[in-house]
Design a protein around this ligand. Structure first.
Ligand SMILES: CSC[C@H]1O[C@H](OP(=O)(O)O)[C@H](O)[C@@H]1O
Length: 338
């Protein structure tokens, strides 16, 4: 397999490595990964995270295992196991389906390697296309609000929604970004703030519960978010708290855009109710753990509701920014999903 290098995933010198996103922004630690169990653990703990990146990390591991001489039966099991790791982001299922097709080829090793290389390099291009198309929606001086993390850390390229923001910054549109910290795992406060600082994009970090008053006071001009799965009617799943923003945006008549590659589209999913929503460990809500240990603030026996994602109905979305274009719901359903 060729050398493949992204911000949080790389294959170099016959070694697959991932950047531990749970330790960011204070520590940049890379883990070599050579087994399904290890990759599943990295993905489940969100050390490896982000809808496109999860699919690509699993894909590169399958190709790596094939090059290590694993049998077709072992590789088929690896694909099944990896596909079941997290249920909501459809990019994982998309990538594993492509790898299953490659595994069925006569030269399965060659097909797996070339498919992995293609999917990785394709995502880089898809990110560039989304960024260019989405940046056209950004006006000079816009105050943009975003949720969770959708940058280079979450993809093989420059990102999805954050890629749009970065491209607009590169175009010297002099934007400012309101960054939702994104409870409970703080992908915004830890990762988006980290990426925007590295790109020298002006931003202000806020708690999620502050977005409404910012909108009411006219301090938010547009909202760009990512997606983990887009259903055939345009409903989409994204990090929990996205639906809040969509309802607020509609009330305050603020343009609300979802940015995602077409690898996030799920043609077999009729609407948002059909999207499986991952339920996560209550400990993520009752406290926080990291390299510093555990900080527990809620009662240990507190009953917790901790869905990793929520679903936003298409009626609340101004436009879908895909790699192929910017769509209204009518065009998305009629042209893209046709
Ligand atoms: C371009 S990443 C898309 C999506 O993935 C994130 O979820 P997680 O951090 O749990 O992997 C978040 O929902 C992003 O919007």
């Amino acid at each position: 397999m060729q050398t493949l290098i992204a911000r949080s995933l790389k294959y170099t010198n016959n070694e697959l490595s991932v950047l531990d996103q749970y330790l960011l922004p204070h520590q940049e630690v890379w883990h070599a990964c050579d087994s399904v169990a290890q990759m599943q653990s990295l993905i489940l703990s969100l050390k490896v995270r982000g809808a496109p990146l999860i699919g690509l990390a699993a894909t590169l591991l399958v190709a790596y295992l094939a090059e290590q001489g694993q049998s077709k039966a072992q590789l088929a099991q690896a694909i099944d196991d990896l596909e079941s790791t997290r249920p909501t982001a459809v990019n994982l299922m998309h990538c594993m389906a492509k790898m299953r097709i490659a595994l069925a080829q006569d030269d399965h090793l060659g097909a797996l390697v070339s498919t992995a290389e293609h999917l990785f390099n394709e995502d880089v291009s898809l990110c560039d296309q989304m960024a260019t198309l989405g940046a056209e929606l950004v006006n000079p001086g816009d105050n943009i609000l975003t949720h969770c993390n959708t940058g280079a850390l979450a993809t093989a390229g420059i990102g999805t929604a954050l890629g749009v923001i970065y491209k607009a910054h590169q175009q010297q549109k002099h934007i400012h970004v309101w960054v939702d910290e994104t409870r409970p795992l703080l992908q915004g406060g830890r990762l988006t703030a980290y990426e925007l600082a590295q790109w020298e994009v002006p931003y202000t970090l806020i708690c999620d519960n502050m977005a409404a008053s910012l909108m009411m006071s006219g301090q938010v001009d547009k909202i760009f978010v990512g997606a983990d799965r887009i259903a055939a009617n345009g409903d989409f799943a994204n990090k929990v708290g996205t639906y809040n923003l969509a309802v607020l945006a509609k009330h305050h008549q603020i343009p609300f855009y979802v940015v995602a590659p077409e690898t996030t589209l799920d043609r077999a999913c009729p609407n948002g109710q059909a999207i499986p929503i991952e339920q996560r460990d209550p400990q993520e809500v009752t406290g926080v753990s990291g390299s510093f240990g555990v900080c527990q603030w809620a009662p240990r026996r507190a009953k917790v509701y901790n869905p990793a994602f929520d679903v936003t109905p298409a009626c609340l979305v101004t436009g879908w920014v895909l790699n192929s274009g910017v769509y209204s719901q009518q065009d998305l359903v009629g042209d893209v999903f046709k």
